[in-house]
Design a protein around this ligand. Structure first.
Ligand SMILES: NC(=O)c1ccc[n+]([C@@H]2O[C@H](COP(=O)([O-])OP(=O)(O)OC[C@H]3O[C@@H](n4cnc5c(N)ncnc54)[C@H](OP(=O)(O)O)[C@@H]3O)[C@@H](O)[C@H]2O)c1
Length: 335
């Protein structure tokens, strides 16, 4: 952040202070505190967003608990958590080219920018922000960034999904998985097998799965065959466990970075003739957000909202997310 410059364009009514949810130590959800803070000042390449809605990702409660594995990339305490937001631009830095005051936007705030989505205002670098289509509401949009980008980058970049192919999505109704199912459909997959508990089968089919397997009754690895891509949104599997499921040149993609997943990825890059193992690490990218927005506009992508609560009830959303039973996304209705 930097001081507001003379050349910066700003809306007239930006208050000096805002409500935000911050942690000043790691711990259980009680460490989430609603506080009053100064409204951030956007640097020359940042936009200041009046946040209407934000969303929760499992990484938020991992950061809060002090268990997030990429700790070194995080801002120092105290920190306002949250990477996903949607709202209206109220000020732009002097070097910002793509946005003006009044634009409706959504963004995945990179952790290197200090997070900060659980707040009434957030300063976000221009390259992490995308325009919202008129008919996409703020709660829908706030659910999409981190989970939607993860699913897109996993299927397209790591899985190299092609039209006509077959996909298994493990965790088909969770935050990442429910976007994975819809994006696989949008990319032209012809067979999508969703893996989730029986209570979520109807939702998985509604999202676009052709078949559903209840992991509590049987393992899909025993029954499903001839798959081009296994997208393990839950990340508890491995290439070894999915060998029988995959075609000879098929790919297993996990969301969980671990030494064994990194080794499997390296090994199958060095020996590229058989089945491949890959790991997705989500990157904030406005062009990919544009792609999500286009699919949403075309009716191909929506956020399933599990719970929506105001800023002073973020603790409830963290506890629900921590249960690992979320269907779609948990949303913070900031305004
Ligand atoms: N690498 C990255 O860049 C990246 C990015 C985003 C997320 N992640 C990680 O990916 C994981 C998923 O994130 P998320 O946002 O999708 O989490 P989430 O929304 O909290 O996932 C909840 C879902 O998991 C399902 N689930 C739980 N156990 C399952 C099992 N054994 N088999 C199949 N489904 C199961 C639940 O469905 P049922 O109730 O039907 O069991 C529920 O719908 C998290 O660990 C997160 O940290 C990594």
């Amino acid at each position: 952040m930097s001081r507001r410059s003379d050349s910066e364009t700003s809306a007239p009514a930006i208050p000096a202070a805002m409500q935000a949810v911050q942690i000043d130590r790691f711990g259980p959800s009680d460490v989430l505190q609603k506080v009053e803070l100064p409204v951030p000042r956007p640097g020359p390449r940042h936009v200041l967003v009046s946040v209407h809605a934000a969303s929760i990702n499992p990484r938020d409660w991992m950061i809060r608990a002090g268990t997030y594995i990429f700790k070194a990339m995080l801002p120092k305490l105290p920190v306002v958590l949250g990477s996903d937001l949607a709202g209206t631009v109220v000020a732009v830095g002097s070097a910002v080219k793509r946005f003006q005051v009044g634009d409706r936007v959504f963004a995945m705030v990179p952790s290197s920018d200090g997070l900060g989505a659980y707040a009434e205002f957030a300063a976000v670098r221009e390259s992490a922000v995308a325009h919202l289509p008129d008919d996409l509401d703020f709660e829908q949009a706030a659910g999409m960034p981190l989970a939607g980008l993860t699913a897109l980058q996993a299927l397209r970049d790591e899985g190299r999904l092609q039209p006509g192919q077959s996909v298994v999505v493990v965790g088909a109704v969770g935050g990442v998985g429910h976007f994975g199912v819809q994006i696989a459909r949008a990319m032209g997959a012809e067979r999508i097998v969703g893996v989730c508990s029986g209570a979520n089968h109807a939702l998985a089919l509604e999202l676009g799965c052709h078949e559903v397997v209840d992991y509590k009754k049987q393992s899909y690895t025993k029954t499903v065959r001839d798959i081009d891509l296994v997208f393990d949104a839950i990340g508890r599997g491995s290439l070894a466990r999915n060998r029988s499921v995959l075609r000879p040149r098929g790919t297993y993609v996990t969301t969980i970075p671990s030494p064994s997943a990194a080794w499997a990825s390296l090994r199958t890059r060095l020996w590229p003739l058989g089945r491949r193992s890959r790991m997705v690490l989500v990157r904030s990218n406005h062009r990919d957000l544009d792609q999500l927005a286009q699919w949403a506009e075309a009716g191909k992508l929506r956020t399933v909202v599990d719970r929506s609560e105001p800023l002073d009830r973020v603790k409830i959303l963290h506890d629900h997310s921590r249960s690992f039973r979320t269907r779609g996304k948990n949303i913070i209705a900031v305004r």
